[in-house]
Design a protein. Structure first.
Length: 211
């Protein structure tokens, strides 16, 4: 494990985004990632690396270790075609909480936001996290943006943040311009990786603020 001094500012501003990666969830995922950037933080997730030789659990552990903050959406636990639930998100939330509980002084400073569709729904499948603050989004990206913004604004940093409605407006504006940006890059929407999206969104925000 890196020494305390090795983590530095990147640890302070890195946000582990633990959520589904399927097409149906993609609008929500992109909204959350955009909101994290707009609040001045760096979103991190398992999609950012393409090392076939790296075991997935090791990648997740490294991300958890290197992020002080985490957004965990546990709303997608439906049964799949085989009749089995999706447990990746609750599992990775457990890793994050374990790092906070049993890690060194730096790891114990971790803070996380847990998202679900409805209040108290989690009690039916993950009652052990009772006592955590659970924010609900009802499957709506705008509500998810507001939840992420309010969490990051609540004691996370001294710089005032724009409101959730403003970030949602910027996200809508960005989403409208994204097809044109992809056309200019000659990059298909289905070819866009997480790193592509992160670079495009962060660059757009920097250019928008500077104009």
């Amino acid at each position: 494990m890196p020494k305390v001094a090795d983590l530095g500012a990147e640890f302070e501003t890195s946000v582990f985004v633990n959520c589904p990666f399927d097409d149906a969830y993609k609008p929500m995922f992109e909204a959350i990632v955009f909101a994290v950037f707009d609040c001045g933080y760096r979103p991190r997730c398992a999609l950012e690396a393409y090392d076939a030789g790296e075991v997935r659990i090791e990648k997740i552990v490294a991300l958890v270790r290197n992020c002080r903050l985490g957004v965990h959406d546990i709303s997608r636990t439906e049964l799949n075609a085989a009749g089995l639930p999706r447990f990746n998100m609750p599992f990775e939330l457990g890793l994050f909480l374990g790092a906070k509980r049993f890690g060194n002084a730096v790891q114990r400073r971790k803070n996380c936001l847990v998202l679900d569709r409805e209040s108290y729904r989690y009690q039916a499948f993950l009652s052990d996290i009772a006592g955590q603050d659970i924010a609900t989004h009802g499957g709506d990206a705008v509500r998810a943006i507001s939840a992420v913004r309010d969490w990051l604004a609540a004691g996370q940093r001294r710089v005032p943040l724009p409101g959730g409605a403003e970030i949602a407006r910027r996200f809508a504006e960005f989403s409208d311009t994204l097809p044109g940006i992809l056309d200019d890059l000659r990059l298909g929407r289905d070819e866009m990786t997480f790193s592509d999206y992160a670079n495009i969104a962060s660059t757009w925000l920097v250019e928008r603020v500077s104009t």
